[in-house]
Design a binder for this molecule. Structure first.
Ligand SMILES: Cc1ncc(COP(=O)(O)O)c(C=O)c1O
Length: 350
């Protein structure tokens, strides 16, 4: 096969635009060859279970899946009866970017809430946490948080704890969409368990793809008491049971065993911090949200975004002229500095 793309290209479009970290590629190769059990009955998935317990708690259980939408729908289904609903931020991936999967595949309703920065609070949640026992209302039995958020902000440990305490008091389950959990932990300088298990999260969609994996996410059951005991059946009926699971598990082993998850996230965050620092110096640029992880959301003077896109691609985010600049595990100083120079030049001419 001939290479069909420029392997040196880089963009700020999405942390999904990046390729695969070489250590992950090596892990896939290492897991190759020979025959092992299918559907998770393999030594790599067994090793992943050990690592997940080390990272999150002895009670934690890993369910590797194909993608983030599947991880979210499966997690939420496991936490809800058929009459259940999920309270989430209006900007949540489950609300804005998963088509009708939550409704059509998951079979549950969403109660989305407007936020200023992508983060829920107990006060906001209270707007939809009502009608318990009223048969006409989809029962708000789960709250889903995204960490780090779709707007590049990060919940502190105390903020998560306060939400979890509030939810548990009302009998609600806490789900975390951790597609970028590693970036949040790196930003806060805490272990993964401090913003999940220890803060009261019950079930987690643990992201891998955005942090250097080829594909694969992992649902982590943190508090089995609050969830369906039919996870393995639910994963299959959600079409998220991989027959050659060893290759998803091997990637997570490589991510977790020697701290690659942290190194990758730290790099992406550091590049976003450098980018933010540079953008702060450019007249005409304003920040839509505080850049706290690996995403930078800024408003640029009219015409600047389209001009800069001639150098490197990124997405418009909203109708107010916000653009989203995402940094990845493989973003380098030169990529950031080139982008800053292009924005500076375009702003000066605007
Ligand atoms: C916050 C969040 N959750 C989940 C996902 C995973 O989505 P996918 O189904 O594309 O893997 C994404 C990907 O963009 C995301 O940004």
């Amino acid at each position: 096969m001939n290479r069909l793309h420029n392997s040196q290209s880089h963009s700020f479009a999405s942390d999904n635009y990046s390729g695969v970290h070489p250590e992950i590629m090596a892990a896939i190769a290492q897991a190759n060859g020979g025959h092992v059990g299918a559907y998770g009955s393999d030594p790599y998935t067994a090793r992943l279970q050990e690592l997940i317990k080390q990272q999150f708690s002895e009670a934690a259980e890993a369910f590797p899946v194909f993608n983030g939408t599947g991880a979210n729908v499966l997690s939420l289904q496991a936490a809800l009866p058929r009459w259940g609903a999920v309270i989430c931020a209006q900007t949540a991936h489950i609300n804005q970017d998963e088509s009708t999967a939550p409704q059509a595949v998951g079979g549950f309703k969403l109660w989305p809430l407007a936020t200023t920065d992508g983060k829920l609070t107990p006060e906001l949640i209270a707007q939809e946490a009502h009608g318990f026992g009223f048969e006409h209302r989809a029962q708000p039995l789960v709250v889903s948080l995204t960490q780090s958020t779709e707007l590049g902000t990060v919940y502190t440990v105390d903020e998560i704890r306060a939400i979890a305490d509030y939810c548990h008091q009302l009998g609600m389950v806490v789900h975390m969409d951790g597609a970028r959990l590693a970036n949040a932990a790196a930003a806060l300088g805490v272990p993964l368990r401090e913003i999940t298990t220890d803060a009261g999260v019950d079930i987690l969609s643990f992201g891998g793809t955005k942090n250097g994996l080829l594909l694969g996410e992992c649902v982590v059951v943190l508090n089995p008491q609050r969830l369906s005991d039919g996870m393995k059946y639910l994963r299959k009926l959600n079409m998220q049971l991989a027959s050659k699971m060893r290759f998803i598990s091997a990637q997570f082993i490589a991510l977790l065993e020697e701290g690659l998850w942290l190194r990758n996230a730290q790099n992406a965050n550091a590049m976003a911090a450098r980018l933010s620092e540079g953008l702060r110096q450019i007249k005409g640029v304003s920040f839509a949200y505080p850049p706290e992880a690996n995403g930078v959301f800024v408003r640029l003077p009219a015409g600047v975004a389209d001009q800069v896109r001639g150098h490197t691609f990124f997405y418009d985010w909203d109708e107010q002229g916000t653009v989203r600049l995402m940094c990845s595990f493989d973003t380098q100083v030169q990529h950031v500095d080139d982008l800053l120079q292009a924005i500076k030049t375009a702003c000066a001419a605007a």
